[in-house]
Design a protein around this ligand. Structure first.
Ligand code: SF4
Length: 185
């Protein structure tokens, strides 16, 4: 798999656009941090990163590498964050970091949707007829999330997703290499 998957514009040319300005900092809340996954300090899932500001911006974005958060530079939700944020803002406005951390169903949805979007983009990059069929199926599931706020998939699709773990791993590999200094910056 090419690292070009992280290049600007690599995501599918659709409404699934990564836009941190349209997101309540969900990736900075939803995921656990620990040294094993490349973070300088630990935090549990569903807890705001210490650098997430009250306006849902990264307080150290310009110096992520110096702060030991290189992995954040590489991460891409491929539009999952804005999609889940849209659903949250349908519930109500005026979210705070603490509110977001308590919105466990939305954070569960974000983790699931981000993984789905990652796999869709990975399959698009891989190409081929079979990948295109799977992408179409998964895209329907992701699009349904916009309308319902839920990810519904049958057992066969869940099993297929598990069988594609290698693609997710391949996408995350560049982050690991950056973190260990194996890849030049
Ligand atoms: S360092 Fe910045 S981008 Fe990384 S999790 Fe914290 S707030 Fe988010």
């Amino acid at each position: 798999m090419s690292d070009d998957i992280f290049a600007p514009g690599a995501a599918s040319p659709s409404q699934w656009t990564t836009d941190c300005d349209a997101c309540l900092g969900l990736c900075c809340v939803a995921f656990a941090h620990n040294p094993e996954s490349g973070f300088p300090a630990s935090k549990p899932v569903n807890s705001p990163c210490r650098h997430l500001t009250a306006s849902f911006r990264c307080g150290v974005f310009d110096t992520l590498e110096n702060e030991g958060f290189k992995v954040c530079r590489a991460y891409d939700c491929f539009g999952a964050g804005p999609a889940v944020t849209d659903r949250m803002r349908m519930d109500r406005e005026g979210w705070t970091r603490e509110d977001v951390a308590r919105a466990t169903e939305h954070l569960d949805g974000f983790r699931e949707l981000a993984r789905l979007r990652m796999l869709i983009v990975a399959l698009e990059v891989e190409g081929g007829d079979e990948a295109a069929m799977v992408v179409a199926h998964l895209t329907n599931i992701a699009e349904a999330f916009r309308k319902t706020g839920a990810i519904r998939m049958d057992a066969e699709t869940s099993a297929m997703l598990r069988s594609q773990e290698r693609l997710i791993s391949a996408m995350l590999a560049p982050m690991d290499r950056r973190d260990t200094g194996e890849e030049s910056e």
